[in-house]
Design a protein around this ligand. Structure first.
Ligand code: HAM
Length: 436
């Protein structure tokens, strides 16, 4: 018989329990910081109609052209696993007429995205993003506020990252610039790589993203959008930079910065970390004023970003996240048949009182149960043997300094309260020092 070997699909992976504290820390921090800025969470489906992305992201992008997981459902409708969430959030904004309330709608989301990209370190086919969108304002201070929020989020986790910004123009100035760019690229066309030659036709701005060595000399000679912005776009970009400076945020203007999604106008930005290697983008975003209209909604200005959680986890120090391990306050060790029932009773009582408590049902020797308590980093071990049952006094051992003494159940609870051990996971002191 053929041996069955079922493993994860290429480009996807299991996130195992030992990695989870990192994820919980990042997700909790995002929720706390984003809500401080007035963002509310939205959860949109992983499945959307293919047309949403074809229209929203743009048919000439790599994402729509070759990276989407698309299939026909039972009714013959074309469905796509979302490659990003901005189009979905704007769809939801239009579908639920959120614009009726007027003013800014601030939404954040968190979850998996799917892109059939070439496998590489830091690049997955199922990856996770947390992102935020401000829909309903064209004010340049929105850019500074959102960028400040994401920079604070990143810094609060001890991650060093740089900010790159650019303006990619708008519907007024970009068409003429793209004509000029196409014309200039055509002068070097035979010397360019096949990808550049294709993009020259379909999406010339993306030529700036080419990594091929031999193309760089020609790309370096191409005209830059910065020199062809209309007055309004140039003014908007100047004001964005003014607000960034007011907020004390360092940034670099990178005139060749372009983004892989077609909905951007005016401000585009990326947050990068040198520690990530070739896939150095930690976050990306920008302004997308026309997207709501493209998706059948009213003309609405908007700005947002998404940050890659998989990449954040790669950068997060073990020290920061280990504070988030759920470490038991007490492991109840039991020796003998009769002690089992008492141990289980004590375990349940301690949990009812809010402590994190654990016992090994199959028992084993004192040594093996102590080993388990050490492995899961318990703070204390309570030992219940046949002799202790009648006395109602149990040896307790503090694992940090191996001190041991005897307690009743009531005394144990008073003692735990006096240690101020948190009844919920997470070391409050570490959390606070990271946020300061
Ligand atoms: P994006 O630049 O395509 O933008 O993705 C944002 C971030 O998601 C990237 O900087 C990266 O950290 C992470 N990411 C993207 N692809 C992968 C992958 N294959 N594996 C691991 N991480 C990945 C967007 O998705 C836009 N929706 C952002 C946005 C929101 N713009 C406006 N609002």
């Amino acid at each position: 018989m053929e041996e069955l070997s079922l493993t994860t699909v290429a480009g996807t992976r299991d996130i195992l329990p030992e990695e989870m504290p990192c994820w919980h820390l990042i997700e909790d921090r995002a929720r706390r910081i984003f809500s401080q800025y007035g963002f509310l969470e939205i959860r949109t489906p992983l499945l959307e109609s293919t047309e949403l992305f074809a229209r929203g992201i743009g048919g000439d992008t790599d994402i729509v052209g070759k990276e989407m997981y698309t299939f026909l459902d039972q009714s013959g409708k074309s469905i796509t696993l979302r490659p990003e969430a901005t189009a979905s959030v704007v769809r939801a904004y239009v579908q639920h007429a959120m614009y009726r309330t007027g003013g800014m709608t601030k939404l954040y989301y968190l979850g998996p995205m799917f892109r059939h990209e070439k496998k590489q370190k830091g690049r997955w086919r199922q990856f996770y993003q947390v992102g935020a969108e401000v829909i309903g304002s064209g004010h340049p201070a929105v850019e500074a506020e959102v960028i400040e929020m994401v920079m604070r989020f990143v810094a609060s986790l001890g991650i060093n990252a740089g900010l790159k910004v650019n303006s990619v123009g708008d519907r007024n100035c970009r068409p003429a610039y793209l004509d000029l760019l196409r014309h200039e690229i055509s002068r070097y066309l035979p010397q360019l790589c096949p990808d550049c030659r294709r993009r020259a036709e379909t999406n010339p701005l993306r030529v700036f993203d080419c990594k091929t060595e031999s193309c760089q000399i020609h790309i370096g000679k191409l005209p830059l959008i910065a020199d062809h912005l209309c007055g309004d776009c140039a003014d908007h970009f100047r004001r964005v930079q003014g607000y960034l400076q007011d907020a004390g945020i360092s940034y670099e203007v990178v005139p060749r910065l372009v983004r892989g999604l077609d909905y951007y106008v005016r401000t585009a930005f990326e947050i990068v970390s040198g520690e990530l290697g070739s896939q150095n983008a930690l976050a990306g975003g920008g302004r997308y004023d026309g997207l709501s209209e493209v998706l059948g909604g009213p003309a609405t200005e908007a700005f947002g970003f998404a940050i890659g959680l998989d990449r954040m986890v790669m950068l997060l120090s073990q020290e920061a996240s280990s504070a988030w391990l759920t470490k038991p306050d007490v492991v109840v060790v039991h020796l003998g048949e009769a002690a089992f029932s008492r141990a289980w009773e004590v375990t349940r009582e301690l949990r009812r009182q809010g402590w994190t408590c654990f016992m090994e049902f199959s028992g084993g020797s004192l040594k093996s149960q102590m080993r388990m308590a050490n492995r899961i980093q318990a703070s204390h071990v309570l030992i219940i043997g046949e002799n202790e049952l009648s006395k109602g006094q149990y040896p307790i051992k503090r694992l940090s300094d191996s001190q041991q003494w005897e307690v009743s159940l009531d005394e144990l609870i008073s003692y735990l309260k006096s240690t101020n051990a948190p009844a919920l996971p997470g070391s409050k002191s570490v959390e606070r020092s990271l946020l300061d």
